[in-house]
Ligand binder design. Sequence first.
Ligand code: OAD
Length: 258
Amino acid sequence: MSSFDNIREILEKGNVVALTGAGISEESGITTFRGKEGIWEKFNPAIYANIPGLIGVFVFRPGRMRDFILEFYETIHNAKPNKAHYILLEMEKRGILNCVITQNVDNLHERAGSKNVIELHGNMIRFRCMKCKKEYTLDEKGLKELVHNLKRASRFQIIKLILPRCNCGGRYRPDVVLFGEALPQDEFTKAYMEIERANSLLLIGTSGIVYPAASLPYYAKEKGIMIIEINPSYTPLSRLADYTIFEKAAEAMPRIFE
Ligand code: OAD
């Protein structure tokens, strides 16, 4: 029996939870955060992943600020879900996958059609009012327009586009978690509850170095849950995993279910 057969057998038993990271979207054309050419290689997260840093960049280098925002929205706009996203959807439809817990903000699980998605770090195309908490999500057309307008935006237009006014007088912002910000507690509680009742945890494309998301596999291990990792590289989570497939997600996932 190959490890692919063993993994299939484990997953077919059902009660699977997936924890995904940037690697699952790599074959959709979105470079991982820490990979070669990744966004944190081009934009230092010590500056760009927190509010004080972003304010500084906006004041002194608005063009660079626009490049950073555009980098996210343009890649998300150009990306499409890949086989790995669709296999998770199929697993959900068949009733063997309870949910996808994702650290990704690219909306690709939802675009593939997955219904039970727990977003630990928010979603770039959803905007939330900082005052009244009202939310809206960009559709395909809205995202296209945002990318188009950002390319031509002056310093103050960038603010209008990325922090638009709400009827309540407050401003919306992209509903994502920056470094130093509180994580959505409800989502974390849901994630822990899902792991609590799972039989197996499928880790796909995460470096496992950003906490508290990376604590979830340790919790699963403590509970004695079977852990299967898919990642072309060794990660700190590999030593927890019962099986690691050192391959890309969109190649390994179809091989498991072929
Ligand atoms: P990283 O960029 O840290 O790690 C991506 C992982 O995906 C690495 O372990 C790669 O080896 C692996 N990988 C690359 N290509 C792959 C492929 N085709 N298939 C499968 N795996 C592949 O991304 P995350 O672990 O998601 O947080 O990063 C976690 C958090 O750090 C992000 O959510 C973000 C970031 O800063 C916030 O923005 C708050």
